[in-house]
Design a binder for this molecule. Structure first.
Ligand code: PMP
Ligand code: GLN
Length: 383
């Protein structure tokens, strides 16, 4: 995690956002929205601060937020959860991932991960001393193969980390393949950790399949989600983890010494968000779907080969047809010359020798229509 000079290296997101600011680029790099949360959610946070909700909240999270998380999982996923024992509030999905891996994984264990992967996965697995077993996404639809699933999950696997909808590819993993993952995890007595932070962002009329709904994963599945993407509050760092009480207890044992507790006045505000009507969640998805369409078409028109994005905030585009073979260098050139920032896909699969992975860029479309349109018009000058 340190550079050769012993100084902490910034993440690729921090680095590209700094370049975007320096060159006054449209920032389609780091995945954060440029619109605010719904007014009711913002008002609830302000009211909570004014009402004095500013001291340590209970260790597992405010009871009313835990109740709202359980209601939300029942309403959207059909899960019946006990908010007292099966729900834990965390400092974003990131802390949920960190506490889970630190709680469950020992040096020498294996953690199976779909690759490319959100950059924190490899870093956190590194902190546990475990080994990462990769399940590559393949083909035009970027799905894991059954053979790769079976090869990566075996007797040494302690945790299988699944992320769908997927960052960075925008892939939504097919239910049959999720089921294969759950069965294989059960065969080897591994815990399934499902990072579902993009659960409300599945497009084209499809629905999200939560790992918690699969028969084979019952009793061994932890689901992680976050207010960040669903309510456009990435700076609040309110996440949560749900699942069997014994596993939640293990995660809690670590969480209490990572942050102890977090975000007191934001917790009641997120409870308000989770109880919003279906029109909010439908509207969020529709607005992002529209921007996905706008950006995907603009990238195609500019000469990229675009992989279909089925969910999340992201679309991956391959500049191979433009004669580019080094995505990392091209992302830096694009931010300077075209003033559009992206993230090189190689940042999510360090060391990959796959030519398309080495060339491709991830673009975020969680931006206003105007920002996406401006990026598209700048990209149009590329060809
Ligand atoms: N997992 C994935 C797949 C993500 O994309 C992100 C955020 N970009 C996180 C976890 C972290 O979420 P949070 O900001 O709630 O810590
Ligand atoms: N998750 C966001 C992304 O993938 C960024 C989070 C971060 O900057 N660490 O763009």
């Amino acid at each position: 995690l340190l550079g050769p000079d012993g100084v902490a290296r910034p993440t690729i997101f921090a680095e590209m956002s700094a370049l975007a600011a320096r060159y006054d680029a449209v920032n389609l790099g780091q995945g954060f929205p440029d619109e605010d949360a719904p007014a009711a959610v913002l008002d609830a946070a302000v009211a909570a601060i004014r009402a004095g909700v500013n001291q340590y909240p209970p260790g597992r999270g405010e009871p009313d937020l835990r109740a709202a998380i359980a209601e939300h999982r029942l309403r959207f996923r059909g899960d019946v959860l006990d908010p007292a024992t099966e729900v834990l509030v965390t400092a974003g999905a990131t802390e949920a991932l960190a506490a889970t891996l630190l709680a469950l994984v020992r040096p020498g264990d294996e953690v199976a991960v779909i690759e490319p992967a959100y950059d924190a996965y490899a870093a956190l697995i590194g902190l546990t001393g475990a080994r990462m077993a990769r399940i590559p996404l393949e083909g035009p639809e970027q799905q894991p193969s059954i053979a790769a699933i079976d090869a990566a999950i075996g007797p040494r696997t302690r945790v299988v980390l699944v992320n769908s909808p997927h960052n960075p590819t925008g892939t939504v993993i097919e239910p049959a393949l999720l089921d294969r993952i759950a069965r294989r995890a059960a065969e080897h007595d591994a815990v399934i950790v499902a990072d579902e932070v993009y659960e409300h962002l599945v497009y084209d009329g499809r629905t999200h399949t939560s790992m918690s709904s699969l028969e084979a994963g019952q009793g061994r599945t932890l689901v992680i989600s976050s207010a960040a993407k669903t309510f456009r509050v990435t700076g609040w760092k309110i996440g949560w983890i749900t699942g069997p009480a014994a596993l939640i207890d293990a995660v809690m044992a670590v969480k209490q010494f990572l942050t102890y507790v977090n975000g007191a006045p934001f917790q009641p505000a997120v409870a308000v968000g989770l109880r919003l009507g279906d029109d909010y969640f439908d509207g969020l998805r529709a607005s992002l779907e529209r921007r996905r369409d706008l950006l995907s078409a603009g990238l195609e028109a500019a000469g990229f080969a675009v992989s279909p994005s089925r969910g999340s905030y992201f679309v991956v585009a391959d500049p191979g047809p433009l004669g580019i073979d080094d995505g990392d260098a091209f992302a830096r050139e694009l931010v300077r010359e075209t003033r559009v920032a992206s993230i090189p896909l190689i940042a999510f699969a360090p060391g990959s020798t796959d030519a398309r992975t080495r060339r491709s860029l991830r673009f975020a479309f969680c931006r206003t229509d105007e920002a996406v349109e401006e990026a598209v018009s700048r990209l149009a000058r590329l060809g």
